[in-house]
Design a protein around this ligand. Structure first.
Ligand code: NDP
Length: 308
């Protein structure tokens, strides 16, 4: 059995960020500084970590960022007013509203209020439609990063059987469409799919975007397949740890030190049957922020007629 190739998301994200920084420098010559507004509502610790990391990365690449932190008592009307102000601001090219939002805020209404030209998450129905139609627009960051991962690793997509487990608007649906545009033959599986293995065992490219720890077991994987594991699931108990990582000394060290670790939607044993796979952490995750930066610069250019 050949050793599977580990697809290093950190290395590819660094490449993309270096390219974005070079673009930002070129725009500076023309007196343009791309700007990102990051809206973080309330005190959800995970959201705070994500948003702060996005703001920090913006700064590193020369992108202006404005962190806006409404209280968790904010109303839909107040949020709509904020979005209207951000839509009108000349120094802002991208608007990011970190999810989840408090229950009293109508998230759907809000995401639809973001100008499609500044919708760097690619969630607005106009951008969803453009993606579907194969027209230029802003594409959701995680799926866009996954395509970059495949292309920059010189892994074939055209003609491959791709199976996507998960049909969310954020990951499953957009990655399915992007793979289709790259001429893969795509099957989309979900919780109502009968006999999941009959699909996944034919997958040359297998995408797991389920949100269930270690759900994809070795029997579901075609030998030599490329596996993209999107899942981020926290493991906090010894019992869970042993289920996924028994005998993995490096993980053990991390687990003991931090009291938790992360497992994807793919069981680590299943990676052994693959030809190439994205590890968790360090696979798909780092690409999400890199693509957010790329989208912000793209939005800045599109708005000024500097990109098609
Ligand atoms: P959602 O919960 O929105 O969607 C999960 C999908 O998985 C649904 O379509 C659901 O089917 C399907 N599913 C659930 N159970 C099964 C099952 N037993 N068999 C087959 N399909 C099943 O999750 P997201 O797409 O938002 O996220 C998926 C994972 O990716 C999560 O772990 C999330 O944390 C992670 N994530 C990681 C990112 C990154 O940057 N690396 C970014 C975004 C997400 P149905 O539609 O029928 O309910």
């Amino acid at each position: 059995m050949t050793t599977p190739r580990v697809l290093d998301g950190n290395a590819i994200a660094s490449q993309i960020k270096a390219e974005v920084a070079a673009e930002v420098e070129q725009l500076a010559v023309q007196g343009i500084r791309p700007g990102l507004a990051a809206v973080l509502v309330g005190n959800v610790p995970a959201s705070e970590i994500y948003v702060r990391s996005k703001v920090r990365t913006s700064g590193q690449l020369g992108i202006f960022s404005d962190l806006i932190t409404p209280p968790d008592t904010v109303t839909t009307e107040e949020m709509l007013e904020l979005v209207a102000q951000l839509n009108a601001r000349e120094d802002i090219d991208g608007i990011l509203i970190q999810l989840p939002l408090p229950k009293q805020v109508n998230a759907k209404l809000l995401l639809e209020a973001v100008s499609p030209a500044k919708d760097v998450d690619g969630f607005h129905p106009v951008n969803v439609g453009r993606l579907q139609a194969g027209q230029p627009g802003l594409v959701p960051c995680t799926p866009a990063g996954m395509i970059q991962m495949l292309k920059r690793s010189n892994l074939p997509i055209a003609g491959q059987n791709a199976v996507v487990i998960g049909r969310s608007d954020i990951v499953g649906k957009p990655i399915s469409i992007l793979l289709l545009h790259e001429n893969a033959t795509v099957s989309i599986c979900h919780s109502k799919t009968r006999d999941l293995g009959s699909y996944t065992r034919n997958a040359d490219i297998l995408v797991a975007a389920i949100g269930r720890p270690g759900y994809v077991t070795p029997d579901l994987v075609k030998r030599g397949a490329t596996i993209l594991d999107v899942g981020i699931n926290r493991v906090t108990t010894r019992e869970e740890f042993d289920k996924y990582f028994a005998g993995d000394a490096k993980r053990e060290e991390m687990f003991v030190l931090k009291g938790s670790t992360i497992v994807g939607d793919v069981h680590p044993e299943a990676f052994k049957a693959s030809g190439a796979y994205t590890p968790v952490p360090g696979g798909v995750g780092p690409l999400t922020i890199a693509m957010l930066m790329a989208n912000t610069v793209r939005a800045a250019k599109l708005r000024r007629g500097l990109a098609a």
